[in-house]
Structures are given as C-alpha cells and as structure tokens.
Design a protein around this ligand. Structure first.
Ligand code: NAG
Ligand code: NAG
Ligand code: NAG
Length: 223
C-alpha cells in the first residue's frame, strides 16, 4: 500500500518517473503552462531544486493563507530524501483548510500529486501503527483520499487524474478527529494528450490506490 512505504531516494526517483507514466507525454520543464510544483511550508521567497528531475519547487504562500510552517528534524531525512519533504504546512486550526491553484484550463486533464511525510515535525510522535495519524483529502467538494500515516519516516504519495471542472483546483485537508492534517508538497501536471487516460472525463477521475514501485530497473530514468 502507498500508505506505509519507506522508500529510498532512488526508488522514489523512479516512482516519480513512473508517476509521469509515458513521460514523453509530460513536459518536465519548469515554467510551462499547466505545471505547478509547490514545496509546502517553505518560507516565502525561497525555492528548492530537485537536481534529479530539474523541477524547481516554489513556496506555498500564494496558494494558501492558513496553517503553520514546520521543518522536519534533519534526523528524519537522508541525502536521498526528496527535497520537497524537508518542510511542511500543518493545520491545527479549522476543520477544512484548502489550497487554491489558479490558472487551470477548464476541461483539460491534470495529474495532481501530493506527498505527506510526518517526520515527527511537532515532536508529538503522532504517527504509529497503534495510533495512526489520519485525515482526509478533498478535491473541491469531492472526497479524494484518507491519509493513514503509521510511521514518521513513511513517504505517502497520493495522486489523482482528473478533468478540471473550473479554472482552478481546490485541494483541501480535512480533519477527521485523529490528528492534525499537514502536507509536504503539492504538484499539478497538465496531461497534454487526448490519448492518455481516456477513461478520465468530466465525471470520472482516477485515484492511485497503490504505489507504483519498480521492481526491476536500476536508478535513473525509465520511459
Ligand atoms: C542542487 O544542486 C545545487 C547546485 O549544486 C545545490 O546548491 C543544491 O543544494 C542541490 N539541491 C538539493 C536539493 O540537493
Ligand atoms: C491504517 O494502516 C494500518 C497499517 O497499515 C492498518 O492496520 C489500518 O487498518 C489502517 N487504517 C485504516 C482506517 O485504513
Ligand atoms: C465518463 O466515462 C464513463 C466511463 O467510460 C462513462 O460511463 C460516462 O458516461 C462518461 N461521462 C461523460 C460526461 O463523458
């Protein structure tokens, strides 16, 4: 299950590459239409580059105005950790807190991906098998996924492929009574091909249920 993975950086890199499914259909270039890469909890004005993918992550300050920024203790990270996991935004106040990503093309297909790594950022040891950290994700008014985090080291990826019903996406973290919601990163990718994910339309979205783990190849790009 995607919920309880503890993946080394190499595997995560591959997972991301595979996550781009038919990478040729996606354009992994910054500043391009339909690409937004947000490192949640980063200070305003900052930026961080993933040197493997070349993706530059921007702070989340223009996408949300609630929540509190935290850094994960260094002891939870390795040189191979995804760079966007080092900070996160936490939402102790309010039941529902939403990111708004504007400049979306209504009617176009998008991949939305988020990562969640607890890293005991609050020093509360809130994520264990006996007492998981749980909260829900909504896309607009629609339920998307429940996060069930049982290990502070686990990297929890969540993806959805969906058709934009508006000219923005609203990604909401919703408290369900088992912990404080938080988010490490949020990415939006325009799927610029009518031939991909033909099952996805105005009424049907595709939510990843399992992690895309590569069992064969070495580190590096897989296409
Ligand atoms: C990426 O490379 C630059 C230049 O070598 C370096 O300053 C930066 O820290 C690297 N980023 C990460 C996340 O390792
Ligand atoms: C959360 O994950 C744990 C460990 O995988 C599992 O035992 C538990 O059933 C899960 N809870 C929910 C509500 O999915
Ligand atoms: C979306 O796709 C489903 C399954 O292919 C189909 O049943 C449904 O009618 C489609 N909806 C629209 C609005 O095209």
């Amino acid at each position: 299950m995607a919920q309880c993975l503890r993946l080394p950086r190499e595997t995560m890199g591959i997972l991301i590459q595979i996550g781009f499914l038919a990478a040729a259909a996606f354009r992994v270039v910054n500043g391009q239409k339909g690409f937004v890469s947000i490192d949640c909890g980063m200070d305003a004005g900052g930026s961080i580059t993933d040197n493997i993918t070349g993706i530059v992550y921007q702070p989340d300050t223009q996408f949300i105005d609630t929540g509190i920024n935290y850094e994960i203790p260094k002891s939870y990270l390795t040189p191979y950790s995804l760079p966007q996991l080092g900070t996160l935004r936490s939402f102790p106040d309010g039941v529902r807190n939403c990111y708004t990503i504007n400049q979306v093309n209504q009617g176009e297909k998008y991949l939305i991906r988020a990562f969640f790594m607890y890293g005991n950022y609050d020093g509360q040891d809130s994520a264990s098998i006996g007492s998981p950290l749980q909260f829900d994700l909504h896309l607009g008014v629609n339920y998307w996924r429940t996060l069930n985090i049982t290990d502070p080291f686990s990297v929890n990826p969540v993806e959805i492929i969906t058709v934009a019903k508006d000219d923005y996406f609203s990604v909401c973290l919703v408290k369900t009574g088992s912990g404080t919601p938080f988010i490490s990163s949020l990415e939006l990718r325009l799927i610029d091909s009518v031939d991909l994910y033909t099952d996805v339309n105005q009424s049907n979205s595709l939510v990843s249920a399992f992690a895309r783990v590569n069992f064969g190849g070495g580190p590096g790009l897989i296409r």
